[in-house]
Design a protein around this ligand. Structure first.
Ligand SMILES: Nc1ncnc2c1ncn2[C@@H]1O[C@H](COP(=O)(O)OP(=O)(O)OP(=O)(O)O)[C@@H](O)[C@H]1O
Ligand SMILES: [Mg+2]
Length: 303
């Protein structure tokens, strides 16, 4: 199973590229899941199809999935209630299940957990991850060390309060520890998967404008400093032929950013995606898939 992770600044075309990649791989008979890791889901709009809280087959070989964060958070809260009760109870903070989904890091934790389930199940040849703007990938990489720190601290306190919790209810403290360890193992598995170039590939989507180019540079630098290789770069919204003055000026400025990106990232596969002049959804995705992969710009898909 391969993971393709679409990363990039807000609004640059990550979801469109994720959906089009799903079209391309599924058209080649590869079982594919387009998985939205953005709390503000948009795959259903782009595919023009209603998606539920389970992966849904939307055409031959292609499934799409937008986890319902609120529902997942309730399930997650129930599953890990012991930890939350013990930790937040100890700090005398009351956390209601409905508030839980909005706590920092929780959506990442939930998506990581879902991705891990999908990864373990190995039902798909490709999982395309449509991420939230910029570096949702970083929490995924950092979660193991966060949970490791957490476990270390809990273990350090073990004699102090795990014992006390065990007194309150037999095995309560130990069950918390087991649950945290399980969470850490999952987080580590996912990080290892992302670090393995045979399993995961990150495509950064950008547009030829200053802010986006700068943000992509920082994103690539940070992700690669964690040991994850960014193999491909998509430069989206590139203006094609047009004689009007506005477009001519814009094309000149886009060309300089494109040259800049090409010379800086010579070792990456770079694909130029035109501006289609209209919202990209439904059948238009076939064209995007062709423009992304049709002429071998990016080998199917980055492996
Ligand atoms: N090449 C293109 N030509 C024309 N419109 C495009 C192109 N690429 C994307 N769009 C449009 O731009 C908008 C943003 O695209 P998309 O949702 O894929 O971006 P995103 O990076 O996923 O955004 P977000 O960060 O909000 O998730 C959408 O309306 C989409 O149809
Ligand atoms: Mg998106």
């Amino acid at each position: 199973m391969k993971l393709i992770y679409m990363a990039g600044k807000g609004g640059v075309g990550k979801s469109v590229c994720s959906a089009a990649t799903g079209i391309w791989t599924s058209d080649r008979g590869l079982d594919t899941l387009a998985f939205s890791m953005d709390p503000a889901h948009s795959l259903s709009d782009i595919f023009d199809i209603e998606l539920g809280s389970q992966p849904k087959l939307i055409r031959d070989h292609l499934y799409a999935y937008e986890p319902d964060l609120a529902e997942e958070a309730r399930g997650f809260y129930r599953r890990y209630k012991n930890i939350f009760t013990a930790l937040f109870g100890l700090f005398e903070v009351e956390v209601k299940p409905e508030d839980f989904a909005n706590m920092p890091g929780v959506s990442e934790l939930i998506f990581m957990d879902k991705l891990n389930d999908i990864f373990v199940e190995k039902k798909y040849d490709y999982v395309i991850i449509d991420s939230a703007p910029t570096a949702m990938v970083l929490p995924l990489l950092q979660l193991p060390s966060i949970t490791t720190g957490f476990v270390t601290r809990v273990l350090g306190m073990r004699n102090k309060w795990i014992g006390i919790l065990n007194l309150l209810e037999k095995g309560f403290g130990d069950s918390i520890l087991t649950e945290i360890r399980t969470m850490r193992v999952k987080a580590e598995n996912m990080r290892n998967a992302l670090l393995d170039p045979k399993t995961a590939s990150i495509t950064v989507v950008t547009i030829p404008e200053k802010a986006a180019v700068e943000e992509s540079r920082r994103l690539i630098e940070t992700v690669e400093s964690h040991g994850v290789h960014v193999s491909a770069l998509v430069i989206n919204h590139v203006i094609r032929e047009c004689d009007c003055r506005f477009c001519q000026q814009k094309m000149a400025s886009q060309t300089s950013y494109i040259q800049d990106l090409k010379s800086r990232y010579q070792e990456k596969q770079i694909t130029i995606l035109p501006d289609y002049g209209a919202e990209v959804k439904g059948d238009r995705l076939n064209q995007v898939a062709e423009d992304l992969y049709g002429k071998g710009q990016m080998d199917t898909v980055n492996f």
